[in-house]
Design a protein around this ligand. Structure first.
Ligand code: IDP
Ligand code: MG
Length: 140
């Protein structure tokens, strides 16, 4: 399996509870390396654009609201099969369905406030990384 990069976001519910380190420990223990990282507050426009694919979904407005409710940590993860590996460590979208030991099982508050975002394909990973980072900001 090739070395890949993927975008990870630690969501406001997690920064609020001061558990960014606990989340990143799980990512690192899974063999993912944080090769870029920034803490920021998303504007409504940014969050809306980032989640544009969900525009028609009933939860879109609430999702934008919760993603702008506090700081996030955006980061690029690198590793063998990083896109799928990150999805595996994150766990299912709904924490009620997430496997034991996953980030969402251990930390998510609800299906909406589920602590982390992760790209779902190599193609989306490339786009999402570009959304937040310049090439020079990613140091492998
Ligand atoms: P993912 O984050 O596991 O890839 P997506 O289906 O891409 O899940 O949804 C994006 C985000 O939208 C989720 O992480 C969650 O915060 C929110 N979301 C998804 N489904 C629901 C829902 O049914 N109710 C409320 N929020 C949802
Ligand atoms: Mg998704």
């Amino acid at each position: 399996m090739a070395v890949e990069r993927t975008l990870s976001i630690i969501k406001p519910d997690a920064t609020r509870r001061n558990i960014t380190g606990k989340i990143n420990a799980k990512l690192e223990e899974a063999g993912l390396r944080i090769v870029a990282q920034r803490r920021l507050r998303l504007s409504k426009t940014q969050a809306g654009a980032f989640y544009a694919v969900h525009k028609k979904r009933p939860f879109y407005k609430d999702l934008v609201k919760s993603m702008t409710s506090g700081p996030v940590v955006v980061q690029v993860l690198e590793g063998e099969g990083a896109v799928q590996k990150n999805r595996d460590v994150m766990g299912a979208t709904n924490p009620a369905n997430a496997a034991p030991g996953t980030i969402r099982k251990d930390f998510a508050e609800s299906i909406e406030a589920n602590s982390v975002h992760g790209s779902d394909s190599a193609e989306n990973a490339a786009q999402e990384i570009k959304f937040f980072f310049k090439k020079s900001e990613i140091v492998g």
